[in-house]
Design a protein around this ligand. Structure first.
Ligand code: NAP
Ligand code: ZN
Length: 350
């Protein structure tokens, strides 16, 4: 066991502050990584403020962060895929049983014995796992990803959650050339959804509550932008979408989007508002529409996504901040004032 610097929250109202945490020494299959950058996901904020208490109550102190990029500083004796000095990345998961049908199929994110990067039972040290707002982390090599060498690292970090969470459902639902795709909410996830849907050749429409994001949406790859609070603009899109990806973090009317789907169209929720959304049966019945959800992606698909980003020069648009600004960043995230992902430069923690 060793001590490392981190930022943690002591309660749902305290905000984040400097702390020292314990990490395990690398075991045979572990990789130790010096963290260079960590993205700020809205899930960090939901967890720090215990907004998902009905599903996953937060254990304090919490060290959030699951968009991690860094450099390998030590490897266990049985590690084969990484060596000291390599770039490496960690996303939302750090361990799974490896034997259940979901793990066997490459869907570790649905393993019943999944260990998340933070706020999950830590089977090595007891207590809960601590995430990436920290100097270093120790993770089983199975959950470590390779980073393409041609990409700017601060823009890579958000790919580990915002990237895979949007890439996976777009692939699953067959988004390609000839499909009309909507992305609801232009935040961290949304802006990656736009980049991927555009890269897959689809016709992309962004739905935003922030008119000032219009120009950016077009630059990121949207063909059209709809201000979702304008009923006339919404009505013009009725019945026209094959697929809509909903990334909204707060309460909103999902029926308004279901009505935009064509026959057999699908909306996939990746946004995770704390309270249930109301669904009108008629929004689904008319047009045999479906509503589904998606949770990050498996390890193999995450690597596929990173490689795709390397080949196509795709990274997140980030605002790099020192860790001392993290509480301010959370307040701005709540106001949808992020273009389009905050990313912590972990050198600021030294
Ligand atoms: P984010 O950067 O804050 O983006 C959310 C966007 O939603 C905002 O930028 C805003 O876009 C829109 N929005 C916010 N409040 C709204 C409201 N009241 N009504 C309508 N639109 C609103 O958050 P994020 O990091 O992308 O995460 C989005 C959600 O996905 C969170 O709930 C997060 O926990 C969840 N998530 C899920 C997974 C998964 O695996 N399923 C993974 C990561 C995150 P506009 O300004 O364009 O309207
Ligand atoms: Zn996340």
């Amino acid at each position: 066991m060793y001590k490392t610097k981190a930022y943690s929250a002591a309660s749902e109202t305290s905000g984040l502050a400097a702390d020292t945490i314990a990490r395990r020494d690398p075991t045979d299959h572990d990789v130790k990584i010096e963290i260079l950058y960590c993205g700020i996901c809205h899930s960090d904020l939901h967890s720090v403020r215990n907004e998902w208490s009905h599903m996953v109550p937060t254990v304090y102190p919490i060290v959030p962060g699951h968009e991690i990029v860094g450099r390998v500083t030590q490897v266990g004796s049985a590690v084969t895929k990484y060596k000291t000095g390599d770039l490496a990345a960690i996303g939302c998961m750090v361990e799974s049983d490896g034997t259940c049908p979901n793990c066997q199929a490459g869907f570790e994110q649905f393993c019943p014995n999944l260990t998340l990067t933070f706020n999950s039972t830590d089977k090595y040290l007891g207590g809960v796992t601590y995430g990436g707002y920290s100097d270093s982390i120790v993770v089983n090599e199975r959950f470590v990803l390779r980073v393409p060498s041609n990409l700017e690292l601060s823009g890579v970090a958000p790919l580990l959650c915002a990237g895979i969470t949007t890439y996976s459902p777009l692939r699953h639902w067959g988004v390609t050339k000839g499909k009309k795709v909507g992305v609801v909410g232009l935040g961290g996830l949304g802006h990656m959804g736009v980049k991927f849907a555009h890269a897959f050749g689809a016709q992309v429409v962004v739905f935003t509550t922030s008119p000032d994001k219009t120009e950016d949406a077009l630059r990121l790859g949207a063909d059209e932008v709809v201000i979702s609070r304008n009923a006339d603009e919404m009505q013009k899109q009725a019945g026209s979408f094959d697929f809509i990806l909903d990334t909204v973090s707060a309460q909103h009317d999902i029926n308004a989007y279901l009505n935009l789907l064509r026959l057999d169209g699908n909306i996939t929720l990746v946004g995770a508002p704390s309270n249930p959304l109301e669904v009108s049966a008629f929004s689904l019945i008319m047009g045999r529409r479906s509503l589904s959800g998606s949770n990050i992606g498996g390890i193999a698909e995450t690597q596929e996504m990173l490689d795709f980003c390397g080949e196509n020069n795709i990274t997140a648009d980030v605002e790099v901040i020192p860790i001392q600004k993290v509480n301010e960043a959370y307040e701005r995230l709540l106001k949808s004032d992020v273009k389009y992902r905050f990313c912590i430069d972990m050198a600021s923690l030294k």
